[in-house]
Write a protein that binds this ligand. Structure first.
Ligand code: IMP
Ligand code: MG
Length: 175
């Protein structure tokens, strides 16, 4: 059997409302500071773009791209940096923006990688958290939604590079 879109987990409106709440919280926490938003490509690009537009503090923007060796639905924890930051994060308030925390291996790696560069602070914001799948502890400071162990797509997030264009979060299953 093939895999495809089988349902919807969050509507566009639900996502927008949650992103606005996250933006308000982040703006309050960073009041008086400039935030370096670091989006993780490709999956976080839509979330990052929407979140940025809710922030009430001055920002800078940079991106990293990472690939983890593994299958299309399971990451191996061996992470390779495909695109690095353009400028140093030393002394800056970094907000790492990621689509999903699953095993936690990607974010643990990125946190260590960035902490070595001595930012003034480092926080992590994820749209979706699958706590049941965690293989390593990673502190996530802002979470959009906690979800069960389902494979999701849309709002920038892919399954084998497809479905990123969906304006909602959809579920992948046997079709
Ligand atoms: P981790 O290292 O296992 O936490 O993997 C996080 C990465 O796995 C995310 O950035 C996604 O790229 C990918 N991922 C995990 N779960 C899903 C999913 O349900 N749909 C699409 N990508 C996922
Ligand atoms: Mg990803």
């Amino acid at each position: 059997m093939a895999k495809g879109l089988v349902g919807k987990l969050f509507t566009t409106e639900e996502i927008q409302a949650r992103v606005r709440d996250l933006g308000a919280q982040i703006s309050q926490d960073y009041a008086g500071q400039e935030v370096l938003v670091v989006g993780i490509l490709k999956g976080a690009f839509v979330f990052c773009a929407d979140l940025m537009r809710t922030l009430q503090v001055p920002t800078n923007l940079d991106f990293m791209a990472v690939s983890s060796y593994g299958t299309s639905t399971e990451s191996s924890g061996v992470i390779r940096i495909v695109k690095d930051l353009e400028a140093s994060v030393e002394g800056r308030h970094v907000l790492l923006v990621e689509d999903i925390v699953d095993s936690g291996l990607t974010l643990r790696y990125l946190r260590e990688y960035l902490e070595h560069q001595r930012p003034a602070s480092l926080k992590i914001c994820v749209l979706l958290d699958k706590p049941n799948r965690r293989k390593t502890d990673v502190v996530v400071d802002y979470t959009g939604f906690t979800i069960p162990d389902e494979f999701i797509v849309g709002y920038g997030i892919d399954y084998a590079e497809r479905y990123r264009e969906l304006p909602y979060i959809g579920l992948i299953g046997e079709v």
